[in-house]
Design a protein around this ligand. Structure first.
Ligand code: TRP
Ligand code: SF4
Length: 329
């Protein structure tokens, strides 16, 4: 039996290129090696969106369409919505009892999010507990492999601490999951800030050709290169980073001609836009086809839910026994 893998994303808005080349391309490959559980983390999304949660349900369906359009295969992987499996919250309760407050308060991701999501009031009890629920997500399936980006590393370390504490107190139930750090190429948003939904600076997987073009033309290039025949510094240019990821075969030539003053930024960005449009158009079309049959998408989630529940309920039975909260109803 292959090792079990779990990962998730929050349905807080449209997926963008960063998700595609960071997480999703990797998830697609991992399907061949592991028994994969991919989760739409709607409770985690609610933690930051609770003041305006109207979009959550639609976003969850759209994220599912994005995943499948990018190559996540519901016949290979178990795809489900976090809030459909109540055992996550049961386990979250147990883990909350044994998680020291100090571990949560000094969590670097928590501090960073407080800074980044400035417009929201996330000084809440729920948000502080974010990593405890994340630990429950992983442990309720006894997943041993968890692929995440660097920003989630601290959460995974917290999960491991929680596992050690639980196993010490009640006997060994959970494996210590290993973090598989996803190598995320350095792609910035078109304003050169971190690509993020909250900055509205990213090309979405669902963007049409026109929007892709407009956003690409807005990208910031080497600020010292003003005229076509100025020599540029491709190593500090975000456009060049995009070439390296989306057209590695062409990146060398772009770098060379940029340095030799033989390339203008407008043409350079125009060509990049064409490359991105070619890559994203089939994904967008598949995504639209999928979204035109909502019932089929819901059926995929129902199938995933049934599979996920089998494992989650087994784990919770075992946890209840070990902890001594048993119900033979
Ligand atoms: N916190 C993760 C993120 O924002 C999403 C997530 C929730 C997750 N539960 C998880 C990732 C469990 C891995 C495992 O990216
Ligand atoms: Fe960047 Fe291309 Fe302009 Fe060079 S020519 S600075 S790589 S956009």
């Amino acid at each position: 039996m292959n090792k079990r893998l779990l990962s998730g994303m929050r349905p807080t808005g449209p997926l963008h290129l960063g998700h595609l080349v960071g997480a999703l391309d990797n998830w697609v490959k991992l399907q061949e090696k592991f028994e994969c559980f991919y989760m739409i983390a709607d409770w985690h999304a609610l933690m930051s969106e609770y003041e305006n949660p109207k979009e959550l349900e639609r976003n969850s369906i759209e994220i599912l369409a994005d995943w499948i359009a990018c190559g996540i295969d519901p016949d290979k992987s178990t795809i489900f919505v976090q809030s459909h499996i109540r055992e996550h919250l049961d386990l979250n309760m147990v883990l909350s009892c044994l998680t020291p407050l100090s571990l949560l308060e000094r969590n670097p991701t928590y501090k960073e999010q407080l800074r980044e999501l400035k417009g929201r009031n996330i000084m809440t009890y729920g948000f502080l507990g974010y990593p405890v629920l994340q630990a429950a997500d992983i442990l309720v399936y006894k997943a041993s492999v968890v692929p995440v980006g660097m920003d989630q590393k601290a959460h995974l370390e917290l999960t491991r601490e929680i596992v050690r504490k639980f196993n010490n107190l009640y006997g060994k139930v959970f494996p210590e999951p290993e973090t598989v750090l996803t190598e995320i190429p350095k792609l910035l948003g078109f304003d050169n800030r971190k690509m993020s939904k909250s900055f509205d600076n990213a090309i979405s997987i669902s963007d049409n050709a026109d929007t892709i073009k407009k956003k690409t033309m807005k990208m910031i290039t080497d600020p010292k290169k003003i005229h076509l025949d100025d020599a540029g510094h491709p190593d500090i240019c975000n456009v060049c980073s995009y070439y390296k990821v989306f057209a590695p075969g062409k990146a060398k030539e772009v770098e060379k001609s940029c340095k030799e003053s033989k390339r203008g930024c407008i043409k350079c960005k125009g060509e990049l836009a064409d490359i991105l449009i070619e890559k994203l158009t089939p994904i967008r079309e598949k995504r639209e086809r999928l979204l035109s049959d909502k019932k089929a998408l819901i059926d995929i989630l129902k199938k995933g839910e049934a599979k996920a529940r089998l494992t989650a309920s087994e784990t919770m039975k075992e946890v209840r026994k070990k902890v001594g909260v048993v119900h033979d109803l």
